[in-house]
Design a protein around this ligand. Structure first.
Ligand code: OGA
Ligand code: FE2
Length: 400
């Protein structure tokens, strides 16, 4: 009897175990493949056949209703088509916004610019027209590239005066004048200057990082699932992305930049936490506004709808200097609590279904905050040029 009982028990636990294994397999298969709703119909693809997706924007002003699995509905509006930018009001709840601010505060917000500044080793003089002297514009560019600091003409002239570089005061630095020029001295000068003028940085903000695949936070997890449903990408790709919470105070801003880089097969895409000798590869950006900004703080796209991008002079016409030029930009998205905006930093390569050319029209940045403060969070969907690298990463993640 006892034996029978235990045999029965064994059978029971075997059936139970089998169910669990089957359940896990089902889940894994579902994750391994990927299902999403397209025009109300559920579509599933296996990872091998999986390509990057790009939502159809239609025309500016078009609104797409997105029916989420949890029963909620989101309204996604096409804000712009070149570059393609979507806006989804109320993507997050008030509680979710506040949660991310709290989590980031608990991790500890750090100045956004320190990483690049401390890794700065040397500078290259930007003698664009090869006349063997630096004009004010060329010196500004030298400082922008070397130190990530955006000066005005009068700031450079003041620096020449205090450092006694421009001996004949003609606002040009010749080779002879350069002889006494020491990058270290200049770095010291600029470092003191920045203490007085932190807004001259290309980016003036604080930040904290969250890594979706390392997080057990339920709120974060639900937001990742929502993102996955909305952008129609597998949850694993969302989990491999980076999430950054950013806080801007008064004058806080981020000059215009691309979130990703040109495809260059000879240089690898950066892995998380490794930012030297590699380039940043991000297929798309999903940006959330976590509070209402009293004045300023819009996200601006200076190249939006321009006929062409003037490459020859774009580094000298300083279109990226949003701290000064935000009001000149046509496409500016106001920072409104709970809202998400989405754009694609890259097109899709038709032949591979994966990362294609960068979309230079996505150049964007954050306008200065004039009153109040601004909190945002970004999902950067990181993908490699080569699909196989990402598929391997996804498989590793699913096996964990
Ligand atoms: C960024 C960014 C824009 C903004 O964090 O990469 O572009 O509006 N932010 O703050
Ligand atoms: Fe950005």
């Amino acid at each position: 009897m006892l034996l029978k009982m235990s045999a029965q028990k064994k059978i029971c636990s075997f059936v139970f175990l089998l169910t669990i294994i089957l359940m896990f397999n089902a889940e894994e298969n579902e994750e391994d493949g990927f299902c999403y709703k397209k025009d109300g119909v559920s579509e599933c693809v296996s990872l091998q056949n999986f390509n990057l997706t790009r939502l159809d924007g239609g025309q500016v002003g078009d609104i797409t209703e997105i029916f989420l699995q949890d029963g909620k509905t989101l309204q996604m509006e096409t804000l712009n088509t070149r570059p393609l930018v979507f806006e989804i009001p109320d993507f997050l709840s008030d509680e979710e916004c506040e949660h991310f601010i709290n989590v980031a505060n608990n991790i500890g917000m750090k100045a956004s610019y320190t990483e690049r500044q401390t890794t700065q080793k040397g500078i290259s003089l930007m003698d664009i027209n090869s006349d063997k002297k630096l004009s004010l514009a060329e010196m500004k560019l030298t400082i922008e590239n070397g130190f990530d600091i955006y000066l005005e003409d009068e700031d450079v002239i003041e620096m020449y005066k205090l450092m006694k570089i421009d001996t004949n005061n003609d606002n040009f630095i010749t080779q002879a004048e350069m002889k006494d020029f020491s990058p270290q001295k200049m770095a010291n000068y600029l470092s003191d200057f920045l203490k007085e003028h932190p807004e001259k940085h290309s980016r003036y903000s604080k930040q904290a990082w969250l890594y979706p695949d390392q997080s057990t936070d339920e709120v974060f997890n639900l937001v990742q699932k929502r993102v996955s449903e909305v952008v129609q990408l597998p949850m694993s790709l969302i989990q491999l992305s980076d999430f950054q919470v950013v806080n801007y105070g008064i004058n806080g801003h981020y000059n215009a930049h691309l979130d990703s880089s040109h495809i260059r097969k000879e240089q690898q895409c950066c892995d998380r936490g490794r930012y030297s000798k590699c380039r940043i590869c991000r297929y798309m950006t999903i940006l959330f506004y976590l509070n209402d900004v009293d004045d300023g703080g819009e996200t601006a796209f200076p190249f939006a709808n321009k006929d062409s991008i003037n490459h020859t002079n774009s580094h000298l016409n300083r279109v990226q200097h949003l701290y000064k030029k935000c009001h000149e930009v046509d496409l500016r998205v106001p920072a409104e609590k709970r809202k998400a905006i989405i754009w694609y930093n890259h097109f899709i390569d038709e032949s591979t279904g994966w990362m294609g050319d960068i979309d230079e029209y996505t150049l964007h940045g954050g306008c200065p905050v004039k009153a109040g403060e601004k909190w945002i969070a970004n999902f950067w969907i990181k993908t490699n040029d080569e699909k196989s690298i990402d598929l391997d990463k996804i498989k590793n993640l699913l096996m964990k």
